[in-house]
Design a protein around this ligand. Sequence first.
Ligand code: UDP
Length: 238
Amino acid sequence: MPSDIKYKRILLKLSGEALMGAADYGIDPKVISRLAREVIEVQKAGVQVGVVIGGGNIFRGEGLAASGMDRVTGDHMGMLATVMNALAMQDAIEKAGAYARVMSAIQIHDVCEDFIRRRAIRHLEKGRIVLFAAGTGNPFFTTDSAAALRAIEVGADLLLKATKVDGVYSADPKKDPTAQRYDKLSYAEVIQRNLQVMDTTAIALCRDNKIPLRVYDMGAAGGLLRIIKGEPVGTLVA
Ligand code: UDP
């Protein structure tokens, strides 16, 4: 690992919406290839990279249930949506010249590997970017919780949450001009103040397992590389 790189293994959480670009549904090919290039840049710098991708650009169980569908069925559809996003990211990464493996929490053998912890770690050690799909495999959970869980399971040094703003604010900076940005927060502060960082299950998992979380703006090019070099980009929750 080069001396300017501060982390050995990271886990990046990308929401499904991150893949939509300016559209309100689906995957924008330009956006996914840019994200793939950023992830590859970090992997080539010597960091092992796992990625959890959400599915909100296609289906969310809660939304489907609100229109009358059985919630568990809706959550299954949401989890399958994350598999589609992960397959698209695998394709984008491999087109850009790196290696990736989709590992799903739900068995879909014709399409991708199952999530098997020790095999995932082996892929990471070999420099393959591992795309953890289908969330936790259970309804009523989110891909934020899946990201915290996988980060802990594979022993990541840092969990990263890519967002559309440059960190965590006291209020929505797009609606409230007095909103204050935090450089650093404790897990307890995030939970007590109900700050919209990740859901409470994810934050509690990070807290109990002492894994730091950094929230950063995925729109700012090179942000990921700066973070792995130890620069204080965005907000640190630790
Ligand atoms: N989901 C689930 N269990 C999980 C992870 C996800 O049931 O462990 C379902 C849930 O319906 C969720 C959808 O998959 O709404 C998509 O995930 P999420 O909403 O976390 O995606 P994001 O908001 O990050 O795009």
